[in-house]
Design a protein around this ligand. Sequence first.
Ligand code: ADP
Ligand code: MG
Length: 471
Amino acid sequence: MSTDTIDTASRELWDTAKSYFMMTLKTPEDKSQAERYFGMITTVAREGDVFTIFTSSSFAADLIRSDYANRLKGAFAMADAPEMEIKVQYDERAKINVVVPPTQYTSPYVSQGGSRQSSFVSTLPLNEDYTFDSFVRGPSNSYAISAAEGVVKNPAKPLYNPLFIHGGTGLGKTHLMQAIGNELRRRNPSMAICYLTSETFLNEYVTSLQNGQIENFRHKYRSIDLLLIDDIQFMAQKKDLQVEFFNTFNALKDQRKQIVMTSDVAPKNLPSIEERLISRFEGGMVQEVESPSYETRLAILKKKTEISESRVPDSVLEYIADNIKSHVRAMEGALTRVTLAINADPRLVLNNETLGRLLRDYIEKEQSMRKLTIEEIQQACAKKYGVTLKDILSHEKIQSIVTPRQLAMYICRKLTSKGLQEIATAFGKKHATVIHGVKSISDRLSCDTELRVDLEDIISSFGYRLSDAMD
Ligand code: ADP
Ligand code: MG
């Protein structure tokens, strides 16, 4: 959130309510989803008993309103503001007016006497904690870090453009990308930096088309100095958006403006992305972040405790690094839980037994992730839909077989730690087919209740809840 445009009291109230709200979320996925939507909050304002949250995209406003409203109300009550009425509003002006020279910029929500300190412009705010200093280097990410450092050294003359960082979720792509933005902003406050996800780009594009403001949109994205675009995989299958992005990309590249992007897969594995875009992406520098080793995991945990100044014994950090391997994000969740427990009871004895109990759900999830096999999942999906394993493995394209096949791919992706290649091989399909299958189920799940019930049935037989397998 851009703190310079908000009055301090409202911001503090919001920060407190938000942390209570976050405590109500159980799974790391729920938390990261909430962080993502809260990341789209441009400002907050309080007038009497009405607290308004402004967002930079209409879908974030809709989602916060529909899914979070009740719990937010509860969170405000815990923050000593039980009477507060909460409104969520899409802040269109924040979108269109972002990229203008600093002297001409006046935010509609500047508090009395407040002013913008820099021309840092962005649809989504950068998280100031995501710096190079707070990012731990290890064999799993050292090339990606070096490439990111290369961007920072040479912003005016990009050595490689774009820089494309890919890798699994929770491995630090967003952190690293924002570290580039934060460092360049520090070195050159007048640089016009834009950080956004491809979803936000899509939303802005659609809204500006609807409002007849496409020229504003184009002008905005073609007059920035650094474009950081996160989670590019969401552009898949959106042809018009890809054309628009291709043009923006070329315009920026021609002006020698740096572009950095992230994705959960390598460029060549992006499903349904135009060939010419893929070859553009590959024309720059492509780097992967991989799962960190035990040593790196431990170093990350140490760094996190150093930053938060929490006193957690080394033996506890070792326990977490040893038992939680899949996501750095899950490791952080476990660390937070232990820290809270220590704060609540400083005399708590932390041995393997108490830690095992405290972190049971994280550990169980890890263990079952490792245990569940692809074949078990294929079998369960085949059985549920009354087809055979052979059907699942065939190339048959009728819907009654495609659905269980894609659902099986989806479950493999969500509930096992198997890589895409391994899943593709097990299905006798191409990499891109798996990505497409997973995406297709993911899209359908948001509106197809029956499919959600089927998914729940299948995974509950493996001891999972629906929330474990939702985005
Ligand atoms: P991704 O974008 O790849 O899904 P994030 O950048 O959101 O992952 O990282 C998830 C969490 O893990 C963040 O809180 C981030 O700070 C932390 N993290 C990941 N890798 C590292 C690292 N090497 N050093 C420090 N923190 C890390
Ligand atoms: Mg990310």
